[in-house]
Design a protein around this ligand. Structure first.
Ligand code: ATP
Ligand code: LTN
Length: 334
């Protein structure tokens, strides 16, 4: 607890120049609703991003851009700690120690590792393998109570809990055991690709039509939704097997604030063409003010720099306390 408030930690990788609608609906949009009630720490996790090869100049740009996207989505730099992961060395430090408390068998089970190894067979590096341990370090450094993430991160969260519990049992209470905070199934927990609605929408999807980016132009958003893969029926309803339509209904309901049932009622007797246009327009309309704020922020690099510098200082002082405690417990001379 910081100031009697529970602690929230979350992060997104700067692995592309814009976050996706999945990142926004599964994570960012929910973070915004938590910032008054909790002590929130949001990181741009650049150390995670290099588990996949990145072009250095582009990574630098993406990192600053992602911080601007956090703020544009409504995160307040006065209320939250916002920082760049590599600016706080304790992430790497704790990660090493926790590596020694994590079993290979546990890491072998991680589905994200299996997926990413398949996608990048030429670069299955050790960082990709121990990615969940660095993520556990991120979370445990700040004595985090709750971790708001999309449903795809549930397995990593469970591992972080297991590592925390193991360490606490071997030594004595050291880490808060964090809970996942995942949106309900139809509330954006897992937004699917528009082109392959059985796979999650992902920043690194090679097919740009599968993915709506937060910074996409309105006409591109509308075009991508028009081309979204659906089914050969003509009924707008939420039903098992209708992956494409289910996904569009989830998107529509989360950006308009209507329930899925209300959305279904609105489109009864209307064709997929009408429905897709309404979804595309609703998304474009929802993102418009965010994009305007983003453009303004990117004109003010000094401000962005002041945010991440202040953020790193605050994060550092919390992280240092935890690492000192951990080092003492494992027997290092301090
Ligand atoms: P990459 O493609 O580089 O692996 P990603 O798009 O999967 O990236 P991350 O940076 O790994 O995004 O994830 C950031 C946050 O967004 C996490 O909380 C994650 O759960 C959430 N998220 C990512 N994709 C989706 C999705 N399709 N639906 C809901 N939430 C998502
Ligand atoms: N692995 C996460 C990103 C991430 C994260 C974290 C999320 C890295 N460290 C700590 C929550 C808490 C992902 O979404 N792929």
């Amino acid at each position: 607890m910081i100031n009697d408030k529970k602690v929230i930690f979350s992060g997104i990788q700067p692995s592309s120049d814009s976050v996706t609608l999945g990142n926004y609906l599964g994570a960012l949009k929910n973070w915004v609703t938590l910032q008054d009630e909790y002590s929130c720490i949001f990181s741009v996790v650049d150390m995670h991003a290099i588990t996949v090869r990145q072009e250095p100049a582009q990574l630098r740009k993406n990192t600053l851009s992602l911080l601007a996207q956090y703020i544009a989505c409504g995160l307040d730099a006065e209320k939250n700690i916002m920082f760049i992961q590599s600016h706080v060395p304790q992430h790497a430090e704790l990660s090493w120690i926790l590596n020694c408390f994590t079993q290979m068998g546990e890491l072998n089970r991680m589905t994200q590792f299996k997926d990413k190894s398949q996608k990048h067979p030429e670069n299955i590096n050790a960082g990709l393998y121990t990615y969940p341990v660095l993520m556990a370090a991120d979370i445990l450094l700040y004595q985090t109570d709750l971790v708001p993430v999309g449903a795809d991160q549930k397995q990593h969260l469970e591992l972080a809990r297991d590592i925390a519990h193991r360490f606490n049992t071997l030594y004595s209470d050291t880490f808060v055991v964090p809970d996942a905070y995942i949106p309900a199934k139809n509330a954006g927990a897992k937004i699917m690709s528009l082109q392959t609605p059985t796979a999650k929408m992902s920043k690194s999807d090679p097919n740009p039509n599968g993915c709506i980016f937060l910074l996409d132009k309105p006409e591109d958003i509308i075009r991508k939704v028009k081309r979204a893969v659906t089914d050969s029926e003509a009924e707008v309803c939420y039903r098992e097997g209708k992956d494409g339509i289910n996904n569009l209904l989830t998107i529509y309901s989360t950006v308009t604030g209507k329930s899925v049932d209300e959305a279904v009622a609105e489109f009864t007797g209307r064709g997929y063409g009408d429905f897709k246009l309404a979804v595309g327009e609703a998304v474009a309309e929802h993102l418009r003010p965010i994009q305007e704020r983003y453009d303004d922020l990117m004109k003010n690099k000094d401000y962005l720099e002041s945010v991440y510098k202040k953020g790193a200082e605050s994060a550092f002082s919390i992280a240092r306390r935890t690492v000192t405690k951990v080092k003492k417990k494992v027997g290092f001379i301090i």
